[in-house]
Ligand binder design. Sequence first.
Ligand SMILES: [Zn+2]
Ligand SMILES: [Zn+2]
Length: 247
Amino acid sequence: MLGTGVAIPQKDRVQSGLVVEAGGHRENIPVLFDCGCGVLQRIIESGYRHTDITNVFLSHLHLDHCGDVLALLKANWLCDVVAMDLWGPVGTVEWMNGLLAVYPYMQDKVDITITELNPGMVVTAQGLEVECVRTVHALPSLGFKVTSKSKTILYSGDTEPVDEIVKASDGIDLLIHECSFPDTFDITNHTTPGRLADMLRGTSPGRIVLTHLYPQTIGFETIMVRVLAEACGCSVEIGYDFQAIEI
Ligand SMILES: [Zn+2]
Ligand SMILES: [Zn+2]
């Protein structure tokens, strides 16, 4: 977990970012899921080489999930790595073209292959099978169900609790789900623990790690974990930056 925070800065959480490696540490090239502001710094703080991060999936195009993509491209170019495979929802090509139009000096410095994704699509990257799952957010968005060697994780990105994520979570090894606010907030486009628990009840992911935590969650961690653990009967944790999880 490189970044477990949101658009509002917090001392110990940068914006969204998650690295997945198939087959164990350093066996495969790492794949990055989301690249919000602060994630480029977290890549090197975590002991990765930013030049190894050339496969990037974006759950959606809110800044706290993609704000460091251009910074990563520039850092890699300065170290003679210009290729990047980028996967994202519909609109990713237009978004990248717009970014490069604002920074024309970058245009001939990078070699980006963009694949736009829709729910239900399955693609492969660096030993990972990545299935796109429908999510509900303020703009086109995806969750990613990632499988390697019969181990499966699901990363929700930003979403309200949705049936597709719940169904895709049954029997997996790890669910990394956003939990933006405690239940004292009445919100849309995001998840609170009570609403997620209501949908997940009876489903059995092996373990749940909560991410995308707004500052408003501070002080509610214990109750957030308890509500979900009671509904799912599995291990539930509040995620944190630099958290390493082996499956
Ligand atoms: Zn968002
Ligand atoms: Zn977000």
